[in-house]
Design a protein around this ligand. Sequence first.
Ligand code: FAD
Ligand code: NA7
Length: 536
Amino acid sequence: KPKLKGVDFDAVVLGAGFGGLYSVHKLRNELGLHVQAYEKGEDVGGTWYWNRYPGALSDTESHIYRLSFDKEFLQEETWKNRYITQPEIMQHFRRMAERFDLRRSYQFNTMVTSAHFNEENNFWEIKTNKGDRVTAKFLVTGLGLLSATNIPDIKGRETFKGEQYHTSQWPSNVSLEGKRVGVIGNGSTGVQIITAIAPVVKHLTVFQRTPQYSVPAGQRPLSEVEIAAIKNNYDEVWDQVFSSATCFGFEESTVVGASVSEEERERVFEENWNKGGGFRFMLGTFCDVITNLEVNEAACEFIRKKIREIVKDPEVARKLSPTDLYLKRPLCDNGYYETFNRENVSLADIKEHPIIEFTPKGIKTTEGEHELDVIIYATGFDAIEGSYLRMDIRGRKGLTLREKWADVPTGYFGMTTTGFPNMFMILGPHGPFSSLPPVIETQVDWISDSVKYTLDQEFETIEPSAAAEKEWIETCDMTANYTLFPKGNAWFFGANIPGKNVANRLYYGGVANYRKVLKDFGYSGFIFNNVKSKQV
Ligand code: FAD
Ligand code: NA7
C-alpha cells in the first residue's frame, strides 16, 4: 500500500540496470515506500542484458564495476579477470536482485510510453505499452545514457537477405561460425566484437568510417591472491575511487606533458600502454592530454606509431590510423589492430569509398559489392537524452521534455530538470564524465535522500529553479571548455547522431568535486512547494 494518499504508488522506477535496481532497494527497502518498477527487457541487467554480443566486456576493472554500498556483498562476489565479462556482470545482477528481493517490484517486458505530471494533483500519470495506467508521487528514471539503439538509415536495408543485428539487441542464438560477416562501426563496441569474432567467422569485413585510437586493455586472469588483496583493502580502494575525477581506479596524472621532454613523454606513454586501459592512457599519463593540443597530438602520434608497428600491411595501417584529435571516449582492446593481420579480415574504408546501399547479397560501396551472410551494426546509441525523447514525458503546463530539450538536454546536477517536478533522472544530462557505477551510486543516494526530505518536510513537490539549472549548465560548459573535448566529435556531445545539436552534455569537474558540490549546495537551488494536492 502507498504511504501517500491519492496515488497508486509512492514512486515509479524505470529500468533494471544498476540505477533502477539500486533505486528500488533504497526507496522500497530503506525508505519503506510502495514502489512499482518497469523494465523493457525481460530480465535485470540494463546495459548488460541487452549488450550480449561476443566480446562484450566492461573496461572499468572488475572490482570497481559494481556498487560499493554493501560491504558483505562485495566480499561474497568474485570475478575472474581484470575486466569483467558480460555473462559475469549478468550473474552479478541476478545475485543483486535476489539479495535485495528486487524482482517482486518489477514488471518486465514492459515499456513505459508516457509520463505526464498532473499539476492539479501533484502526481505523475504513467502509461505502459502493456496497458498499465498508474499514478505515483515520484518518478525515478534509470533509463541509461547508452541504451537507445542507433541504427543508421542506410538505403536498401530491408532488401538484404541475410541476418542483421545491432550489438545492443543481440539475440541469444546467433552463430557466426563459418559465415561472411560485415561489421559497421569501430567504436568501443566495434573494437570488442571485431576482435572477438575474427577467429570464428569465415571472413570479416570491417566497414570503417572514422578510424579510432585504441590502446591495449591489458585483460588477464587474476589470481586468488590478487583478488584477496583487493577484498582485504576494499575500503581504501573505494575511497580512492570516490576521491578521483573519473573513478577508474587510478590516480589521474598531475604531470604537465607540455613541460617534459619528448623522451619522457614517450616513456610515460609506453609505460601506460603496457599497463593497459583507455582512460588510464588518456588521463593517467599527463594532465594536459585533453587540454593541450601539442600533448594530445603526442599521444595520437604515439598510438599511430604503434599501429604502424603492429599492422603488417602499410596501406591497412594507414587506413586504421586516425588523423583527428584524441578526444572520443578512449578505447582499449584485446588485440584490435593485430586482427587486421589475419588473412580472413579486410578493412573497407567507407570514408574513401562510401556505402551506396545494402543489396540482397550484402553491402555495395563505391568500390564494389561485399557479399555477406551477416551484417552487424556496432553503430552505437542515441546517447544521454535518447531514451527520454523516445518516451512522451510532460511536465508543468503540458510542456514536453522534447520541447524543453529542443536545443540541448539540460539537467541540474544531472538528476533533475526545471518544470518536471518530482522527477529524478539517473545519469541524466549534465552529470559527470566518469566510470559510471560510482556516479549512479552517488546519484541514487542523493535521490533517495531528497525523496525522504521532501516527504519528511511534507512538501508536495521538489524541482530545481530555472536560475540554478542555468548556473549549473554554465558551470558544466566551463569545465568542458577548459578541455579540448568540444573539438571532438564524441557521442557525449551528440555528434554521432545526424541532426542532433552538437553541444556539451556533461560535467568535466570530476566525481570528487561533483560529490562536494552536491553536499555544499544542498537544496539551495531547489523550489519546494507545500500546497497540498487535491487528493483524489
Ligand atoms: P542501463 O543499464 O542502460 O539500464 C537502463 C534500462 O532502462 C535498460 O534495461 C532499458 O531496457 C530500460 N529502459 C529504457 N527505456 C525504457 C522504457 N521506456 N521503459 C522501460 N524500461 C526502459 N560504463 C562504465 O562505467 N564502464 C564500462 O566499462 C562500461 N562499458 C560499457 C559497455 C557497453 C557495451 C555499453 C553499452 C555501456 C557501457 N558502460 C560502461 C555504460 C553503462 O551503460 C553504465 O555503466 C551502466 O550500466 C548504466 O546503468 P543504468 O542503470 O544507468 O542504465
Ligand atoms: P560509438 O562509439 O558511437 O561508435 C559507433 C561507430 O559506428 C563509429 O565507428 C561510427 O563511425 C560508426 N557509425 C555510426 N553511424 C554510422 C553510419 N551511418 N555509417 C557508418 N558508420 C557509422 O558506439 P559504441 O557502441 O562503439 O560505443 C558507445 C559507448 O558504449 C562507448 O563509448 C562505451 O561507453 C560503451 P563514426 O566515428 O561516426 O564515423
